[in-house]
Design a binder for this molecule. Structure first.
Ligand code: NDP
Length: 248
């Protein structure tokens, strides 16, 4: 059941996170939205509230552990707990390794890996201490975490990490009696703002062409997140790959 669940969403200011926030709120979830751009978050919360939904936001940088702790605190203070955390914030400044864009490599590791770890560290004590001893962690990996491609070495590596990490989290929590559900989602080309950070012109042009030809709406990924949450507590949607029907 989605109704009345408290769902934290990182990377909620655009794309997949924004679409998921709208869908879950329309189904009665209480959404707690995080990202860096306040204007977009405020606009989204206003839209959800006008449509009769419940939402709050917090400006946060997932790289900062205290921002992650703060959004969990906001969820608990506003809605009384946390049922689901959707660790979705991510960047994809793809480039060939030989271009040595090492600042971008580090930034990608910081946001896509440390951002996920910070989110887990912030929410886990709440999941363990809550009466029902349960919780649900959903992450946005990528097909780049399943299949290598030129230009995507660092990004793909971060998304592979997420896959492994989520499965271990589920197995450990089952052993410890916490029964946390985990879902890893692998989207292919989804039309969002993700390509905006690519600074390598050749890669940017190729990816723009690919997305113009094949890209589908972020609403489709939101449907998958909703499906995973909607399953009974004893049922885990471990992994879900989703993309355009015609993308090679
Ligand atoms: P967008 O660029 O539209 O969304 C990315 C979101 O992440 C934004 O809300 C952005 O908000 C947030 N974000 C980025 N850095 C930080 C940070 N340091 N702290 C907090 N929030 C941050 O792209 P998508 O919706 O496509 O991306 C969402 C996820 O989906 C990413 O993890 C991406 O890797 C993954 N993905 C996307 C695919 C696609 O084709 N679009 C395919 C496969 C995976 P702000 O800038 O306001 O902080």
């Amino acid at each position: 059941m989605i109704k009345d669940k408290v769902v934290i969403i990182t990377g909620a200011s655009s794309g997949i996170g924004e679409a998921t926030a709208k869908l879950l709120a329309s189904k009665g979830a209480k959404v707690v939205l995080g990202a860096r751009r306040e204007h977009q978050l405020r606009k989204l919360v206003d839209e959800i509230q006008i449509d009769g939904g419940q939402a709050v936001y917090q400006v946060m940088d997932v790289v900062n552990p205290s921002d992650n702790a703060q959004i969990v605190k906001l969820a608990k203070e506003t809605f009384g707990g946390v049922d689901v955390i959707f660790l979705n914030a991510g960047i994809m400044p793809n480039s060939p390794l030989s271009a040595l864009k090492t600042d971008e490599w580090n930034q990608t590791v910081d946001v896509n890996i440390k951002g996920v770890l910070n989110g887990i560290a912030a929410v886990l004590p709440t999941f363990i201490s809550q009466k029902q001893k349960s919780g649900h962690v959903i992450t946005t990996s990528s097909v780049a975490g399943l299949k290598a491609y030129p230009g995507g070495a660092v990004y793909g590596g971060t998304k592979w990490f997420v896959r492994d990490f989520m499965e271990v989290l589920r197995m450990e929590s089952a052993q410890e009696g916490t029964n946390i559900r985990t879902a890893t989602i692998y989207p292919a080309a989804i039309n969002t703002e993700l390509l905006d950070q690519i600074t390598d012109q050749d890669v940017a042009e190729k990816m723009t062409q690919l997305y113009e030809q094949y890209g589908i709406s972020p609403d489709r990924v939101a449907n998958v997140v909703a499906f995973a949450i909607d399953q009974p507590e004893d049922t885990n949607v471990n992994e879900f790959t989703i993309g355009p029907t015609t993308q090679p």
